[in-house]
Design a protein around this ligand. Structure first.
Ligand SMILES: [Zn+2]
Length: 423
């Protein structure tokens, strides 16, 4: 909505009938330029938008729930609300493809998405298998529908989802109804999850892949090798190109050989298109594996948290912290952002996410890059000191400010006039 200044209205009514149509036409042309075209403008931030190859100070303007314009200088007068984000990085809303969001019932050690995602700049959180085809719809109404975060999900191959008994029962793993449920909710269900099965057979993996084939979606696997089920066979034979192995730096994964070199077959699997995802979690991120692997160039395709109640406190597997850990191991900031936005969105076949393209949903993270000495802890509570740390200052979801760590979008209270409760 735009409004015309009163003086222009007065002018229109004071001139002759003869000139009126001309002036009305001229006003219609001029008015949008003078009006507040945008609803929200983030001004003077350093934009890193890898999808559009932007890494520079830019203004970002939003209209309604979409990105409307990105430019070197968009006048503050053109927006209803302006937030000065100079000194901060402005990135697409982060996409975390391994989270746990079910807070009760089977697999109920998750964290409600708006509490785990939004304060960490995550605007798209993918629940990794809390529910299966038998209880997805309940999970959807209980967790997904009411969240401000965009919640997507990987459907567990186990019909009852992440239930400790169900996870060990092959009778619970049926590819066909799993695929049918994915096809019923293509906007939300972006893949299949297989995890935690401890038997000697390949069935849990193979049935998940079969469901993925039927529904044309990728499979994410949390895998613990057995003598009858090796990691090499998983990534070379059982998974398809585009399928995702999460927990790549876990100590139970033989990424490195005995001399600390990245195994050749792991590189071969990457060449054939297997995706290697970080999936920090409570037990799956070890500096002693991640550091040598990254030194040898074996970096994560995507950075994800596996954030849940047990990984949140000591290893602090929040998205900005996990990104900071990877930053502390030498990955440049722009690439850290790329692997937390563009690549995860691509892996779940949603390339329209994780970008600041004009017309895209206005999902944005404003990040502070702190400098100093910061201790980071891995899953074994090994400590690593880094000199940079990301902190989320502001999160915008669908054009609305949904998190603001220090109130940078609000006026100083003495100047705020009469104000009400912020929701
Ligand atoms: Zn997990």
């Amino acid at each position: 909505m735009f409004h015309v200044k009163h003086s222009e209205g007065a002018l229109v009514f004071s001139i002759s009938r003869f000139l009126l149509p001309i002036v009305v036409a001229a006003t219609a042309i001029l008015a949008p330029c003078r009006a507040q075209t945008f609803d929200l403008l983030l001004k003077s931030g350093h934009v890193i938008d890898p999808a559009n190859k932007i890494n520079a100070v830019r203004d970002v303007a939003m209209k309604g729930d979409t990105i409307a314009r990105i430019d070197a200088n968009i006048p503050a007068t053109e927006a209803k609300k302006v937030v000065d984000v100079s000194g901060y990085y402005v990135t697409p809303g982060l996409v975390d493809i391994h989270t746990h969001l079910s807070v009760e019932g089977p697999g109920g050690w998750g964290i409600y998405p708006d509490l785990s995602a939004l304060p960490n700049g995550v605007t798209t959180a993918v629940d990794a298998g809390s529910s299966g085809w038998k209880n997805f719809e309940e999970f959807k109404s209980r967790v997904i529908d009411g969240a401000r975060t965009r919640v997507l999900a990987l459907l567990n191959i186990v019909g009852v989802g992440m239930d400790p008994v169900g996870e060990q029962s092959l009778a619970e793993m049926d590819a066909r109804p799993t695929a049918e449920m994915v096809k019923k909710y293509p906007q939300i269900l972006v893949g299949i999850k297989a995890a935690h099965y401890e038997g000697p057979e390949w069935d849990a993996i193979d049935r998940a892949v079969e469901a993925g084939r039927l529904a044309r979606v990728p499979v994410m696997v949390d895998f613990r090798p057995q003598p009858t089920r090796t990691y090499a066979d998983l990534i070379l034979k059982h998974l398809r190109p585009g399928d995702i192995h999460t927990h790549m730096y876990a100590q139970h994964i033989p990424l490195l050989d005995d001399s600390g070199r990245v195994n050749d077959y792991v590189r071969e699997a990457r060449k054939r298109g297997i995706v290697f995802d970080l999936g920090h979690g409570g037990g799956s991120f070890w500096f002693r594996i991640a550091s040598p692997a990254m030194e040898q160039g074996f970096t994560p395709d995507s950075i994800s948290t596996d954030l849940h109640q047990r990984s949140s406190l000591i290893p602090q597997a929040t998205m900005v912290n996990v990104m900071s850990k990877i930053l502390s191991l030498g990955m440049p900031l722009e690439e850290v952002i790329y692997r937390s936005t563009v690549t995860p969105a691509r892996e779940i076949q949603r390339p329209e996410l994780g970008t600041l393209s004009v017309g895209a949903d206005a999902d944005i993270a404003v990040l502070e890059l702190q400098k100093g000495n910061f201790g980071f802890v891995d899953s074994g509570h090994g400590r690593h000191i880094g000199n940079q740390k990301l902190r989320c200052m502001l999160t915008v979801r669908a054009g609305k400010i949904v998190f603001d760590a220090e109130g940078i979008s609000w006026p100083e209270w003495r100047k705020a006039g009469k104000y009400g409760v912020v929701e």
